[in-house]
Design a protein around this ligand. Sequence first.
Ligand code: SAM
Length: 283
Amino acid sequence: MNWYTEQWSTECKFSIKYDEKLYSEKTPFQQIDFYKGKEFGTFFTLDGLMMVNEKDEFIYHDMIVHPAFATNPNIKKVLIIGGGDGGTAREVLRYSSVEEVIMAEIDERVFRLCQQYLPITAETVEQDSRMTLLFDDGLNFVKNASDASFDLILVDSTDPISVGEGLFTTAFYEECYRVLNKDGILINQHESPYFAEYAQNMKKAHKKIKDIFPITHVYQYHMPTYPSGHWLFGFASKSYDPIKDIDINKWESFGLKTKYYNTSLHIGAFSLPTYVKEGLDAD
Ligand code: SAM
């Protein structure tokens, strides 16, 4: 019997039974492994951590994309940092009002292998004429981008280890602030509040962003295959507040069918459990 096992904390592991290991490759950036099982379908891991699987990817990709569009329905220029599986780009490209999407993913092999093994996320994005795929370090990309050139930045990265580390630094968040226009929104990984190591990452990311952006919130979603299942994104903005400014009628007029996100959930997602609020505010 084959089990993929991931260490969620020093005292806790998570396992998924799989039928077949589809592919393995060590790139200059990370170890990539694809598996196929009955419960979660095809899934892939980077350096032994679950990234995307066919069964719950809709939760992550709905939640990284749609809250920003419901807050500012006029988003036209989008930068995705990371996101090599293509799922975030797929959701952004559903908005016909979007004019340009740039994805800066450090590892081209992630995208190419997802085109082959995970078409549910990667199949359609490259054909869209609004899409530019760049295989570059996200930190490097933002350093060289022009001031006020994006309406929205979505940081769809790995954890703050190895190649993903630079995407959790003050220097990176400052560059994001600079390249966002006056109404710009940044959505970024805030990790998880539950296990100590992830909660530390959550707190650090939040503190750095709060020192740079005038409006900052954290919102939650339920991700069955990420450590503890309880995950967070950060919402930082120069002018829009995701709770006060949500434009429910406009977002609903887009007629997008989503399986996880809806506008009632949007408001609830920003209401955090007490221990999470305390963890975010702790020194
Ligand atoms: N949903 C996922 C999660 O939270 O586990 C994220 C998936 S996506 C595949 C993460 C991507 O970020 C990877 O493809 C990785 O190569 C990319 N990445 C990591 N560090 C990066 C960097 N510095 N610049 C650009 N892309 C980066």
